[in-house]
Structure formats: structure tokens, C-alpha cells
Design a protein around this ligand. Structure first.
Ligand code: SF4
Length: 307
């Protein structure tokens, strides 16, 4: 359903400044649509099976990472091929959380989000993730891990602190995959730059919220020691890395060749050998990170619930 300027659950409560929220139809190049969801909390399975629930306020993601596995969950080939250019807002998400009895989420491990970014650009206007946090802060004591590539998460430090003060737990994970902006632009074309992400997670850390930097996947790093120094400078103490999986990794239509050519060029090898070269590069960077960072996990073990 394409966005229409009609009243819905997202309109019924005013935003934090007391003004009704406009429903945008387009953010950048992404079309924003609105539809109700059957549920907002989904039983966690697979990679996230140590959690109780995953929480995805949106489906689709306008950050449009070319390697995003979430894109391939869509059965609709057109949606898969246009990943990054559409976002569906779960317009009844607030009602669905609000219906839960007070305390029903106490102690529940919730991972937000597994197949979208809860702080992608549309969140700045809609504040849907913020509204969900408001309800959790008032009525529940969840154990919440927030995963994002967006500086907008720093906006909600007040609520994240409130959840902690009320007896819940929160950790914010910021994904940073490279120190090379050519690589970032090729693999994560609509995402904020690395430096913006690092500044934002530093702010969250300074606000007294638990933080972690996730290098998942860790792409190419041009200066490993300087990269490690920039991570440490944020004040974050926990880190997770994971290699890019070429076997399982998929690429959005039309992006694979450009990404692989750039990797081969940066590694100084040809397309036939760059996968082995990449894995060697990953191990070298991982060793530098092991040597320099205070706490470094890897892969699924690194993503185990932190509380
Ligand atoms: S930010 Fe996450 S969900 Fe969004 S496109 Fe990138 S990998 Fe996918």
C-alpha cells in the first residue's frame, strides 16, 4: 500500500514536542508505505535464537546495504531487486506493544532489529522506534539490544537511560564495517559515514548506556592500527567482528561486480583470487583488533546476549 496522508495509529498521539507527526511518502529515494502488522514481537530463531524476541518496527530499509541478507527474505523478486528504495511502516506497532500487560516483557531478551534498521532515516520524522521505547520504559523491564548504523539512536538516550533506571537493561550496537569511504559507499551506499557512526556511539556511551561496536561484516580496512585507535577513542569497550561470507553472502541486483572489482583492486589482486586474499586480510585485521581492543567477540558467539 503506498503512503496516503490519512490518520492512523501513528497519528493519534502527539510527538515529544506535542505536535502531530506528518506521515512522509518519500524519504530520499525510498518510498514509504504504511500497513498494519499481525505482531510486532517475533520469536527469535536462527542466528538470534539466544534472544526471546526480535522487534522490527519497519520492513525494508532505506540504508540499502548491497550485501543485506534481510533483502533475500522477501519472496517478492521486485522488492528484493529494489531493496533500499522502499520501507514499510508497521503502523499499528505502538498499539501492539501497548496491548501487552504491564510487566509482560520484564526480563525478556529483545533484539531490535534483525531485518531492518530501527533508526533508518524515516525514524527521524515518524519516531516509531521512540514510541515503542517510551512504552517499554513506562511499563516493562526488558533486556534490549539495539542494532543500528544510524546516529539517530543518540536522540533516544533519555529513554534508554529511563529503561535502565526502571530496572531494564539496554545495549546499543553500532555497526562499522570499514575505515575506507570508497568501500563504504560501494557496499552501504545510503548509510552514514563511518566517522558519523563513531561519533554517535561515543555520545551514547557518554550518556551512560552500554555500547558495543559490531564490525559485521568486517570489510576492508586500509589502516588497521588507526582504525583500532578510532574505535577505542569512542570510549566503547566491547566489540564484535565477523568476516564477510562469500558463500552465503548475496548481493542486490547489479551490485556484485562493482563490489568485487573494488575489493580486488584494493587488495591488489585479480577477481579470481580476491576471496582468499580477503580472508587473509580479515585475519590480519582481526589480529590487530585482538591486540588492541579490550573485548573482542567473533561471529554468533560474539552476539550472545550481553546481560
Ligand atoms: S542497515 Fe541493516 S537492515 Fe538496513 S540495509 Fe543495511 S544491513 Fe540491511
Amino acid at each position: 500500500m503506498v503512503a496516503q496522508p490519512v490518520q492512523g495509529p501513528l497519528f493519534e498521539s502527539p510527538d515529544v514536542a506535542g505536535h502531530p507527526i506528518e506521515r512522509p511518502c518519500l524519504i530520499g529515494e525510498a518510498t514509504i508505505c504504511y500497513a498494519p502488522a499481525r505482531e510486532i514481537l517475533t520469536r527469535a530463531t536462527g542466528f538470534m535464537d539466544a534472544y526471546d524476541f526480535t522487534l522490527n518496527p519497519y520492513s525494508g530499509c532505506s540504508f540499502g546495504c548491497t550485501y543485506c541478507y534481510a533483502a533475500f527474505f522477501s519472496r517478492d523478486v521486485a522488492k528484493r531487486d529494489s531493496w533500499g528504495y522502499w520501507v514499510n511502516v508497521k503502523e499499528n506497532a505502538v498499539d501492539l506493544i501497548d496491548r501487552r500487560k504491564p510487566g509482560a516483557l520484564d526480563g525478556k531478551l529483545i533484539y531490535m532489529s534483525s531485518v531492518t534498521d530501527p533508526y533508518q532515516p524515516v525514524e527521524r520524522e515518524l519516531q516509531l522506534t521512540r514510541r515503542l521505547l517510551e512504552i517499554m520504559a513506562k511499563r516493562h523491564k526488558p533486556k534490549l539490544v539495539i542494532q543500528t548504523r544510524s546516529p539517530t539512536v543518540a536522540r533516544d538516550c533519555d529513554l534508554l537511560r529511563r529503561i535502565e533506571d526502571n530496572g531494564g537493561r539496554v545495549q546499543v550496537n553500532m555497526t562499522v564495517t570499514t575505515d575506507d569511504e570508497d568501500i563504504r559507499r560501494t557496499f552501504e551506499p545510503f548509510c552514514p559515514s563511518n566517522s558519523v557512526r563513531l561519533q554517535a556511539i561515543g555520545k551514547v556511551q557518554d550518556a551512560g548506556v552500554d555500547t558495543c561496536i559490531t564490525m559485521t561484516p568486517l570489510l576492508l580496512v586500509s589502516s588497521p592500527y588507526a582504525f583500532a585507535d578510532s574505535l577505542i577513542a569512542t570510549g566503547v569497550k566491547k566489540f564484535i567482528a565477523q568476516p564477510f561470507h562469500f558463500q552465503r553472502g548475496k548481493f542486490l541486483a547489479g551490485t556484485r561486480d562493482k563490489a568485487f572489482d573494488l575489493m580486488a583492486e584494493k587488495l591488489g589482486c585479480d577477481r579470481d583470487s580476491f576471496r582468499a586474499e580477503y580472508l587473509e586480510h580479515y585475519r590480519m585485521v582481526f589480529e590487530v583488533l585482538c591486540e588492541t581492543l579490550p573485548e573482542l567477540g567473533e561471529g554468533k558467539g560474539g552476539f550472545a546476549p550481553p546481560f
